[in-house]
Design a protein around this ligand. Structure first.
Ligand SMILES: C[S@@+](CC[C@H](N)C(=O)[O-])C[C@H]1O[C@@H](n2cnc3c(N)ncnc32)[C@H](O)[C@@H]1O
Length: 256
């Protein structure tokens, strides 16, 4: 049961959300200035980046600012280590939908790791504006440049009929506190509906890949996914030196 304070916060977020949806303000496509090189990293993180560069041949800093580039290496490392631990090869080709993509800053990670034939980022609050006046959609358009088979869709995933061979969800909301911290209304906390929709949209033979913050969130997500009819293939903590900034370790799970 949310406290009065949480309900007030939620109400304020609901007003902002509805306003952004109604106004749909944009400032034009946003392109990051490539950093070309990463900031100095500790030894373990630098080794991870060098290994990923060698394996995937991707230099994220040639396209992104340093912060985004580092985030991309972190997400790539999580996928790489997670699939390795699962003893699974990453499926390649097919339709990949990413659920709750924010501004889809990590689209290129999914591109590099899964090489999808079609890549779709779905975000319910795509018109959220940043302090520079650009919306998430403006940013997403910049991130998707050079990826002609990729799209950014502003929609509530729980309402979409979107068959896919692979569905990914990075840190989906499982509890109200995380949702409020992201300045969203509590009405959007519908993890049961979200995972039911993942099950509905997942094609036979397809995989759902989820990353959660820490054990307790992963445990909640596991129960909800099982209740939605998904079958767990693998779940494990991912220890990446690139994720050391997180307060809780990422946990990757793979479902079919
Ligand atoms: C914790 S954030 C993670 C963002 C992104 N995946 C990342 O790793 O940076 C969860 C995102 O899911 C979005 N979201 C929540 N419910 C959604 C829904 N029903 N449909 C689409 N997006 C949703 C939120 O707006 C938010 O951007």
């Amino acid at each position: 049961m949310p406290t009065l304070f949480q309900r007030l916060r939620s109400l304020r977020h609901a007003i902002d959300f509805r306003l952004s949806e109604r106004l749909r303000r944009r400032r034009g496509i946003h392109r990051e200035v490539p950093a070309r090189q990463l900031p100095p990293l500790d030894e373990a993180a630098a080794e991870s980046v060098a290994r990923l560069r060698g394996l995937y041949g991707e230099e994220f800093a040639d396209r992104h600012c340093a912060r985004t580039a580092l985030g991309c290496y972190e997400y790539l490392d999580i996928l790489h280590r997670g699939f390795d631990a699962a003893g699974l090869r990453a499926p390649r080709g097919g339709v990949l939908s990413d659920v709750g993509s924010a501004n889809f800053w990590y689209a290129r990670v999914l591109e590099v790791f899964f090489a999808p034939a079609e890549l779709l980022g779905v975000e319910v609050e795509g018109y959220r504006r940043y302090t520079d006046g650009h919306s998430r959609l403006d940013y997403a358009c910049g991130y998707l440049e050079g990826l002609p088979h990729a799209r950014f869709l502003i929609a509530d995933y729980t309402e979409l009929d979107l068959p896919a061979d692979l569905i990914s969800a990075w840190f989906p909301f499982i509890n109200g506190e995380a949702l409020l911290a992201w300045r969203l209304p509590l009405s959007l906390l519908r993890p049961q509906a979200l995972f039911r929709r993942v099950r509905h949209n997942l094609r036979p033979g397809g995989l759902f890949v989820m990353i959660n913050h820490g054990e307790s969130e992963a445990c909640g997500a596991r129960e909800l996914c099982s209740a939605a009819g998904l079958r767990l293939r693998h779940q494990g903590v991912v220890r990446s030196p690139l994720a050391n900034h997180r307060t809780r370790e990422p946990i990757l799970s793979i479902w079919d």
